[in-house]
Design a protein around this ligand. Sequence first.
Ligand code: PLP
Length: 405
Amino acid sequence: MSSSTPSNPSQQHIMGVYNRAPLAFEKGRGARLFSTDGDVYLDCVAGIATDGLGHAHPVLVEALKTQGEKLWHVSNIYRIPEQEELADKLCANSFADVVFFTNSGTEAIECALKTARKYHTANGQPERIEIFGFDGSFHGRSYAAVNASGNPSYVEGFGPRLPGYTQLTFGDIEAIKAAVANPTTAAVIIEPVQGEGGARAMTEAQLNELRQLTREAGVLLIYDEVQCGMGRTGKLFAYEWASDAAPDIMCIAKALGGGFPVGACLATAEAAKGMTVGVHGSTFGGNPLAMAVGKAAFDTINTPEILDNVKQVAGYFTQQLNGLKDRFPDVIVDIRGKGFLIGIKLIPNNREFMVLARDEKLLVAGGGDNCVRLLPPLNLTVEEASEAIAKLEKACEAARAKVAA
Ligand SMILES: *Cc1c(COP(=O)(O)O)cnc(C)c1O
């Protein structure tokens, strides 16, 4: 042990699993972050799509303060009225009948995978254990979640892979057909819009077809909407863009708590039929404090004001970003994603481009396939979007100058 005074903290006692930017913040307001060095940044990361309403949204602050003075935590051995209310809201606005609350996206995924296998056991088909995911997908960091994810580096060195997890090629419908025809298949898990993989969106037709194939085969369909859900695409849930693609099970988290740790696994009553008393649980999941903030975030996000704003400002972004792509074909090769889950695929290294954006006081997120992602708060104004575009243009100029040098 060594001493470091609070006024001069260091990273030496932080487990080194993150390559952190040399930047810390002391305050946030809306889409602005104020650094400890006194700089002001435009935040198009939003805590990786988590601060859906920006920083210090007054409704969320009020909900946190009010509940904070009443009751934080009891236990799921009691009824929790705030939890029942948020579950009612989620079910009234989705395909789902029941909800299990968690503290993170990963735990929601864990619950979804367990729910799927337990369903088939309850159905008299315990041999159905295979889970099919996709390349480039990200479902979290627990053992089950990394095994379900399509990033081999997340499982390396952690012992044997768990049995029953396979990845298919994103969009390869023939492979999906073969997978669901397999009599030991339990479920297919997919992000309707991939986040970490680089903002790759399934088309509406692909989602409809996936739904039809899984339904016909008696295979459960799990959506991971941890990143693309809660208004990020301009609808409350991304699957709503497709006409007939409602899942059996869905995971949400990130913006669900607007920055407070809350996740949820939603399911139809049928899909959840194996999840009976005692088979699953959580100490913190769904506690009154988390639920009070979650309810406030849900009620604020699930409004035409916010959802229409995402659609409109996303349209502006798409148009402007394609303009940048035309002017900087040596920097930008593709603009993709959906709503406010925007991917900019680059020629120069994406990590280096993030630094150039940061030099312009713009925060953008990294992503697979050499993308940077724009994940702004859902209430970003068109003026702020135009500011982001101006900063991105400068970053493109700097990137071009770097290549020329
Ligand atoms: C962030 C994320 C997760 C994991 O959520 P945590 O809250 O970090 O556990 C899972 N799936 C997707 C699509 C995500 O973006």
